[in-house]
Design a protein around this ligand. Sequence first.
Ligand code: FAD
Length: 338
Amino acid sequence: MSDVTLGTRPRDIYDLTIIGGGPAGLFAAFYAGFREMRTKIIESMPELGGQLVTLYPEKCVYDVAGQPGILARDLAKQLIEQAMRFTPAVCLEEQVQSVERVEGDIIRLGTSRGEHYTRAVLICAGVGSFSPNRLPARNAGKFEGRGVYYFVREKSALKDKRLLIVGGGDSAMDWVLNLRDVAQSITLIHRRDAFRAHESSVRKVLDTGIPIYMWTELKEVLGDDKVEGAVIGNSQTKEERTIAVDAILGNIGFKAELGPLKEWPVSYVGRDIRVDGRMATSFPGMFAAGDVALPDGAVKLSLISIGFAQAAVAVCSAKVYVDPTSKLFPGHSSEKLG
Ligand code: FAD
């Protein structure tokens, strides 16, 4: 157990804290558990999976060894299941913003929600932390989190609501189909003339018979204390109409930003964190793997399988860093687990 006193307050100190719950971070969490490290994952999104779930859940991935073809969403599910085998702590919707060494070998991570203490850090931040593109409509910011949403945490929060969904991609289609039996009614608007989503989902959405407005954008959210309506406008005809709604769900994509990570005390090559052959950064105790990392002398290939291999190397290196008496090579899982 690693509850120790640091300064005057007791702190819970983990062996390894993984920043980012994409494929590299998830596989690292499994491997760290296999290496008997007390492990925590901190992820800025409300769900684990990284680019697999945020950018292309409905696409098929064909170049992960042992998987002849698997939906990105399903690959993420399997990675999460594997990562949870050793029950790492998981902190969602929390962005790591700062890193500093506080005492001896202890590293403090400052986040959007507080602070975390750890002996080693593995940065698996990919292309950066994702955040939803906000709806560029009057009053959308005023009602964010209380009528205007970008994520659905509890479907029950939308029970019996008149819901407006904005977007034309896979997420928008998924939410129409997932919420049609929960919401009282759903209206879908999309700013283009065609959806950019999996054909079968689009067909199912069209079959629901819900009101759908193409070439249409959200102009304004109406209401005093709560959302009571929305003004939507057709970009071709310039016609505007007001519809009565209680909730609005924005599904208009995500942006990824390295953000505060760029200020951290590690060396960069361009936008990649420079690491050595052990996946160690220039900051002792900090390692990096996956899309965010570039090992000295290596070529850059932003692939899931590369992140897996780098994660295993980084975790074994972190294990030896935290416990210098341990071996770099743990032996084979087929012999140690099961
Ligand atoms: P990511 O998947 O980017 O995950 C990083 C996670 O870290 C994110 O969830 C992010 O929110 C979080 N994060 C970042 N910064 C912070 C912070 N400061 N605090 C907390 N959390 C943070 N690869 C293949 O091998 N095969 C394919 O077929 C393939 N198809 C692709 C299709 C598309 C459309 C795209 C965009 C990519 C594709 N890729 C494919 C690439 C692959 O998805 C990436 O190589 C892989 O996701 C990288 O994994 P990662 O864990 O390094 O980073």
